[in-house]
Design a protein around this ligand. Structure first.
Ligand SMILES: *[C@@H]1O[C@H](CO)[C@@H](O)[C@H](O)[C@H]1NC(C)=O
Ligand SMILES: CC(=O)N[C@H]1CO[C@H](CO)[C@@H](O)[C@@H]1O
Length: 926
């Protein structure tokens, strides 16, 4: 949602004053730390430069050979041992490690034996080790048998088909190999650094080696850090990873930056630290609202990924220059374990699948949540909501969900309604339900002090605590607030009770089932906190410092909400899938939430950057992503708004949103021709829903992005690796099929240039129309130029694709359920095409009971067929009303199109259509 600085009015006077002051002076650089201003990053970058400059550098770490052996946990294979860090006085620090293998992926964990530790007793004295608990699935595919050789100076493991890992004791190196060739080398540049426990009074000469810096070890000199007590002193972890033969790296969202990551030598590193950032600059490596420490390196025959399992403030330097063939990355986190996975496979799809088998795949979203979402800060009252709802029908624009921002609540006290404005939420919900519409409303983790909910949180001891271990009080939307500690297991049952399925639950409209949730401000955003967030020495359940859990806190909050909504649904006979939108996220968030890119501005450059941002999110395992259509701040021109709709229909999560100070901008406000163009774009989205839902089904089972970067389908074409202003929707990366989209993101554009990445035939599919058959084909990858008017969404259909669409206008997805399908078949240069369609009820969990169907289509120029695979007979019977009403067949050789009207084929049968050369058409249900 929103920045706080433009909306200070209404707070107590001193706060208004503070607000205005900070509005004047607040520049982002002033609010948020750079690497140089963060003690731990500064020290580790210094360390790196010292090590790199010193050709004779003698690493201070080694694996103690006598400590190495096999772990005894019967549930998994592991190699355990101790890394020793040598101090200047020759004393050593013990760093116990464990190396295990799961789903053909290596996991390395390094801890510290902290001796004589002395911190206030409110803190746990260990390094935080539970990030993986939140990020991972509960059941992990640990391997039990791994072929191993333990020698005097090294350990070798073989796993998977062609993968192995070699662990060298001195200097410490971990090399992951594929077919005997090194792919990733851990500690290649000897940047391994674990800042060990030392007390303030320890003699620094005994503890600081010449390459280390002591900058801000025991104090934080950043002006707005507000007295971070740094109870543990320095405790950062740092390590480098070399990717052999790779020059293209992706991932590590969230940044407003290109898809292909940039070299950071001599500039700012990428930062991962969830913050409530606002009016952001594009092309920036500053941190934003969410964090996924997943970095993927891609080349034609191999993809490698690193998942850095740490939830503390993290900086990442990327170096593509030092060696023209390789890339390397240097990771620095403020504290916690050294814990990471190295995933190696042939393709990005394989790597995404393995990552998904460990952190979980995206939820299969309820169908409504793939429709259009109408949001603004704020729809004022019940009349306003129902009026907007009716206007969509008046203007014949489909939509599924209306949203309420913070103003619905009485004084922003979540779990209450402003009674005069929303006297009967249940009535409003049932009114929306008549046309299959839903409501999503907001609940944030900050809870205003002085009413029942915050009193409960305090008395149940489920708040985030301050460094004295009493409830932390800070400022946020409602004024003084406390924060729910969703890391505390006791908070879940309380949260569940608030969303309970009960006629008495006024807040949730009683037993309404068309109400879903939005979790915002869960970085957490704290208006008077350091970097607009929680003080780092605050305390969470288990005595963990906020510093250690910062990036994963947002996940624990939206997961608690999802769990509560799932429990609520147990009361509902239909047991519907919950929907939760979150702003802050971490690796693993994909299991329970969608995300959006936060508070963007109504400017062309933000429209443009939204595409690489959503692509990056997708390759990082979080495909259910989108940006605010129209931009959050400011008033977009009619042209920009129109172009934003034409782009937004492709975001897996498609929502328009606007700031409270911006003018109303629902699609009908702009007037003609804009309204009609926006209507057409939204209708196009709705007709493509079967395609998008099928992609989500795949993503939920094998982790593929829903909006795919061009390189994903064309690994052998290095020129496609940096393209991030066009993408694929539908089809499959393996088959090289789907819709190639290049949205117009330039003001006043009259033409666009589209990159066609191979020699395959492409059919013009502008606006999803096929009135005339227009073909693009060349001997190799090439650019084409297309003239565009304001109406146009440039789209190409790749030869080889079969799409199943639903073309009738309906008011919402719910009302489309029994609509017939239309097939679009685009034959490739070999005269073939294939495609698939996933169908289930779109709302419940019954699909996990085999109540779904997967329909496979294939075609040549004279035989088209369809058959359901993977479906239970009972479920197939229930689909007998679903028909195919039209088939359009595009054939390259003759450059023509055949249209078969009303073939009257049932989707649940096996059928064939034979087309003879004289174009006679026969069809059979087999
Ligand atoms: C800190 O407070 C929590 C409850 O908020 C309590 O469970 C914990 O025991 C307290 N820690 C200490 C050291 O008193
Ligand atoms: C997609 C998009 O426009 N994202 C922007 C949204 O807002 C944030 C913060 O203002 C920007 O940083 C993003 O670039």
């Amino acid at each position: 949602m929103h920045i706080h600085r433009t909306n200070c009015v209404g707070w107590t006077n001193w706060w208004v004053l503070l607000c205005l002051l900070s509005f004047v002076t607040a520049v982002k650089d002033h609010t948020f730390k750079t690497c140089d201003q963060a003690g731990f990053c500064h020290r580790n970058r210094h360390f790196a430069s010292q090590v790199r400059q010193n050709a004779n550098y003698i690493p201070q770490y080694h694996i103690e050979g006598s400590s190495v052996g096999l772990g005894t946990d019967p549930g998994k294979f592991s190699v355990i041992g101790t890394i020793l860090k040598k101090l200047p006085n020759d004393a050593t620090v013990e760093l116990p490690f464990e190396i295990s293998v799961l789903d053909n992926t290596v996991r390395v964990t390094v801890d510290e034996n902290r001796k004589g530790i002395n911190v206030p007793n409110v803190y746990s004295t260990k390094r935080y080790s539970e990030t993986s608990k939140w990020a991972f699935l509960a059941d992990l595919p640990y391997q039990k048998d791994v072929k191993n050789t333990i020698e005097k100076n090294r350990v070798s493991l073989e796993y998977g088909q062609d993968l192995s890992v070699q662990i060298d004791f001195y200097p410490v190196k971990i090399t992951v190999l594929k077919k005997g060739e090194p792919v990733v080398v851990v500690n290649d540049q000897n940047l391994l650094n674990v800042e060990h426990w030392r007390s303030r009074s320890d003699d620094s000469e005994n503890h600081l080696s010449p390459e280390e810096s002591d900058y801000d070890m025991f104090e934080d000199s950043f002006h707005s850090s507000k007295e971070d007590s740094l109870p543990f002193g320095p405790e950062a972890v740092g390590l480098d990873f070399a990717f052999k033969g790779f020059t293209h790296l992706y991932g590590i969202p969230e940044h407003a930056d290109s898809l292909d990551l940039k070299d950071t030598t001599g500039s700012l590193p990428y930062r991962l630290f969830n913050v409530d950032i606002f009016e952001y600059e594009t092309d920036s490596r500053m941190s934003m609202y969410g964090t996924i420490p997943f970095l993927m390196a891609v080349k034609p025959d191999t993809t490698a990924a690193l998942f850095w399992i740490n939830s503390a403030d993290t900086f990442i330097d990327i170096d593509k220059n030092s060696n023209i063939e390789d890339s390397s990355s240097h990771w620095i986190s403020e504290n916690g374990l050294l814990d990471f996975l190295i995933i190696v496979g042939d393709t990005p799809a394989q790597v995404n699948e393995k990552y998904g088998s460990i952190t979980g795949n995206t939820q299969l979203p309820p169908m409504f949540s793939l429709g259009y979402h109408q949001c603004r800060w704020n729809y004022n009252d019940e009349t306003d909501v129902l009026d907007i709802n009716a206007k969509f029908d008046e203007h014949q624009i489909p939509y599924d969900t209306i949203w309420l921002d913070i103003e619905y609540a009485d004084q922003k006290k979540y779990f209450t309604w402003q009674n005069e404005k929303f006297p009967d939420p249940k009535r409003m919900l049932s009114e929306l339900d008549h046309t299959g519409r839903n409501l999503v409303f907001i609940v944030d983790p900050h809870i205003k002090t002085g009413y029942s909910v915050s009193k409960d949180l305090i008395s149940k001891k489920i708040t985030i605590n301050d460094k004295t271990n009493s409830s932390y009080h800070g400022h946020c939307w409602p004024g003084e607030s406390v924060w729910v500690d969703s890391m505390n297991p006791n908070s879940q049952s309380y949260w569940d009770s608030k969303f309970e399925w009960s006629p008495k639950n006024h807040f949730m409209g009683g037993e309404s089932d068309n109400i879903h949730l939005w979790n915002d401000m869960n970085e957490p955003s704290v208006f008077n906190g350091p970097e607009d967030s929680s003080p780092r020495d605050n305390i969470h359940y288990g005595g963990w410092e906020h510093r250690s859990v910062h990036n994963v806190y947002g996940l624990t909050f939206h997961e608690a909400t999802y769990n509560a909504l799932a429990k609520r649904q147990i009361g509902n006979t239909n047991r519907e899938r919950p929907f939760v939108l979150t702003r802050a996220y971490y690796a693993g968030s994909q299991r329970t939430a969608a995300m959006w890119t936060g508070d963007n501005m109504s400017k062309w450059e933000y429209l443009k950057i939204s595409i690489p941002m959503v692509l990056t999110s997708g390759v990082s395992g979080m495909p259910f992503a989108g940006a605010d259509v129209g931009g959050f701040f400011g008033n977009p021109s009619k042209e920009l708004l129109t172009r934003w709709y034409q782009t937004g229909i492709w975001y897996p999560f498609f929502r328009a949103h606007a700031h409270i100070d911006s003018r109303r901008r629902e699609p009908w406000v702009a007037g003609e021709p804009y309204t009609s163009i926006m209507r057409d774009a939204i209708k196009l989205r709705y007709s493509l829903l079967p395609v998008i839902y099928t992609s989500f089904y795949e993503s939920s089972t094998i982790g593929t992005p829903v909006m795919r970067p061009i390189f994903y389908d064309h690994l052998d074409n290095l020129d496609s690796y940096s393209i991030d202003d066009q993408f694929y929707i539908g089809g499959s990366a393996v088959e090289g099929s789907g819709i190639l989209v290049k949205p117009v993101t330039d003001e006043g554009a009259t033409e666009v240039s589209i990159y066609i990445p191979n020699d395959e035939v492409h059919y013009d599919y502008t606006n999803g129309q096929l009135d005339e058959v227009k073909i693009y084909r060349a001997k190799a990858a090439h650019y084409i130029t297309k003239a565009v008017s304001l109406n146009d969404i440039p789209m190409l259909l790749t030869g080889g694709s079969i799409l199943a669409l639903k073309n009738r206008y309906r008011r919402s997805t719910k009302l489309m359920k029994n609509d017939p399908y239309s097939l679009v078949i685009a034959l490739d240069s070999q005269g073939k095409a294939s495609g698939s369609l996933y169908i289930d009820d779109g709302e419940s969990f019954l699909y996990s009971n085999d109540e779904y169907a997967n329909v496979a289509f294939t075609s040549t120029s004279n035989l088209i067929s369809g058959t359901s695979v993977l479906a239970s007979a009972k479920y197939l019977d229930s689909l007998s009303g679903l028909e195919i009403e039209k088939i359009t067949l595009l054939i390259e050789v003759s450059g023509h199109k055949a249209v078969i009207h009303k073939p009257q084929l049932k989707i649940n049968t096996k059928w064939e259509i034979r087309i003879s050369d004289d174009r006679e058409i026969e069809h059979d249900e087999l």
